[in-house]
Design a protein around this ligand. Sequence first.
Ligand SMILES: Cc1cc2nc3c(=O)[nH]c(=O)nc-3n(C[C@H](O)[C@H](O)[C@H](O)COP(=O)(O)OP(=O)(O)OC[C@H]3O[C@@H](n4cnc5c(N)ncnc54)[C@H](O)[C@@H]3O)c2cc1C
Length: 366
Amino acid sequence: MEQPLYDIAIIGLGPAGSTLARLLPDNLKIIAFDKKNDGEDSFKKPCAGMLSHHGQECFAKYGLTLPDDVLVTQLFSAKVIDLKHDSVRNYRRLYINMDRHRFDLWLKSMIPEYVDIHDSVLCRSLVKTDDCYEITVLENHQEIKYRAKYVIGADGAGSMVRKFLFPEHRIKTYMSIQQWFPARAGDPSYSLVFDGDLTDSYAWGLNKNEYYVFGGAYPMKHAREKFEEMKRRLKAYGYEFDNPVKTEACLVLSPSSLKQLCYGRDNCFLIGEAAGFISPSSLEGISYAIESAYKLGELFNRQKQVSVKDYRKAVFSLRLKLAVKMIKRHFIMGAFLRRVIMLSGLGAISMITAKPEKTGKNGKAE
Ligand SMILES: Cc1cc2nc3c(=O)[nH]c(=O)nc-3n(C[C@H](O)[C@H](O)[C@H](O)COP(=O)(O)OP(=O)(O)OC[C@H]3O[C@@H](n4cnc5c(N)ncnc54)[C@H](O)[C@@H]3O)c2cc1C
């Protein structure tokens, strides 16, 4: 069956796609696809669901208020553990701990009715024809083709749009693995874990409602073994990782140069992590996804024709932020500099606890 020609097709309704779908003007004919749905057994994006200071600023700027059921806790500090040097420090950090799936559904719930949403749909391939893009999807067990003048890749780290239209494009990629454990009284507080032998990125542990979640980003080769080894090494620091209820894994990007960002071409735009908009120093991508969507949404509201050149210009501030994060990454992920910073105690806070905290292999704080 011949499908109508849409003005815009959005592929992916995570933070980037849902934000753009909410902002596009109602004079455009818009279709949006996502493989997840609103049900409990839907695909859920593996994510720590932490909204950093930078993310909170972005929410303030765009006047967004998180609903109650998305909030899990508010965190005020982070424990940094350097396994290689057996050192532990606490730092003041303001994070909002969210239920990531509910967060995604909340953003999706704000999409206006004039956007034609197709969820539980897997977009399989994409080709450019003379005058439009043809998207082949798997919907209700059937293969269907949709056509649109503009296509927006908002489909995250493993972007199908990027793969089909920019097969040669490479962005530094890690395998991220997360496990969920039943929460126990006395689970360690929010932790950031470094071990240069296992990964040049990092791992995290935090409470999420009735679970303790431990996850990390590892080089693609032998990622699972490195994850298991990190858990083993953390046992000496009071961590217990027994009986996981869920193990999840997905790709996470960590662009190492601005050249790795992929904005799109012709009438195709990439937003959010699909474009490589994610902090390489903290792997925080939610605020970048939302900001890049706002920038593109503003352009479509202002002008009839939008070019990739316009979009590139509009996201200049995001490029700048990422350039700073790429430099910061060397301080955080570089073993020597991190060691010096942690040894100096610069910016660290002393935790006051009734009972002495077990903070290192020898149970001693630095
Ligand atoms: C384990 C882990 C922990 C993280 N923790 C944090 C954190 O604490 N804070 C933070 O800010 N960032 C975090 N990030 C990064 C953050 O999750 C992403 O950068 C952010 O979600 C990007 O948003 P997005 O909308 O661009 O893409 P995504 O959130 O990945 O959304 C993409 C959407 O596209 C859909 N989709 C994908 N492919 C298809 C297809 N072929 N057909 C149809 N639909 C498709 C998916 O269902 C999904 O809804 C983490 C990442 C990982 C992997």
